[in-house]
Each structure stands twice: as structure tokens, then as C-alpha cells.
Design a protein around this ligand. Sequence first.
Ligand code: FES
Ligand code: FES
Length: 164
Amino acid sequence: MNFVINGQSLSADVDVRTSLLDLLREHLGLTGSKKGCNQGACGACTVLVDGERINSCLALAVQYQGRAITTVEGLATGADLHALQRAFIEHDGFQCGYCTPGQLCSAVAMAAELRRGVPSHVTSNLANEAIALTSDELRERMSGNLCRCGAYNGIVAAISEVYA
Ligand code: FES
Ligand code: FES
């Protein structure tokens, strides 16, 4: 199978039942994306596909050939961290760091959803073309990314600083 991951063309000879998460971690050595629950409940495995966030543990790799896949390894530009990565460091947005790659990818896509005016469960005015990142919107939209360390205050502060 042939993939485009973080702007690079990569190939792998894998069983068609391989999940996108296992492809990344076990076959391509991209271990930034984490396996928490392996059943779509924790968000640790979140990656971007054509700019939209998905749980890679629930995705079959074969379906994502030819799509632009971005993992946490692709957020930085060389040695320059993404603004959100810098904000997570500044605001102590992690403790063990296991959930952090998923939090970062999820927040990047969430900001794009807001810019496109994609409503959430707590959006009051569905007619708005762009939606402000209020505290309620942030918490609702990031609720699929769990943090067992409870670093939520730092995570919210970091995301707010970059995108509010
Ligand atoms: S490992 Fe994919 S959602 Fe938990
Ligand atoms: S920082 Fe440990 S799970 Fe979130």
C-alpha cells in the first residue's frame, strides 16, 4: 500500500486488516500517535486526514491510500515547534504526555472546524459563518480527547492562547 504521510510518500506491505494506527506505529515507525483504548474512546490516536481529525485506531489503513495524512510528527517545521506545541510546554499542558499527540492533532483540526463554521452540541447560533472559541465550545469540541493525568487546565490554557 502507498501512503502520503507528513508530506512524504511511504509504502508498506501490510495485511488489509491493519488499522491506520498500527500502520503508523508498527510498520512505519511513527510512534508519536498513541494507542490508548484501541476502540475509539480516548482520542490518543488522533491524526489528521486531509486536515480533518479521525481516530486512527478505528480506521483501516487501506482506506487512506492517496489521502494527506498528518501525524504529530508532521506538526513541527523542522526544529521549529508548532505554536500549539510551544503553548503546551508553556502552560504545562501535559504530565506523562501519552495523550498529548492526540490533543495536539485534535486541537489543530478543531480550530479549522471553527473557522469553517461547523457547529457543535453547544453552538447557540447555527447561522454564524464562523464560531468563536468560547470556553464551552473548547471543552465540548475537545471532549473526545481524554487525559488520565488530568492536565486539562493546562490543555485548555494552551489551546485558548493559540486559537481563542
Ligand atoms: S486509541 Fe484510538 S481512540 Fe483510544
Ligand atoms: S498527560 Fe498523561 S494522559 Fe494526558
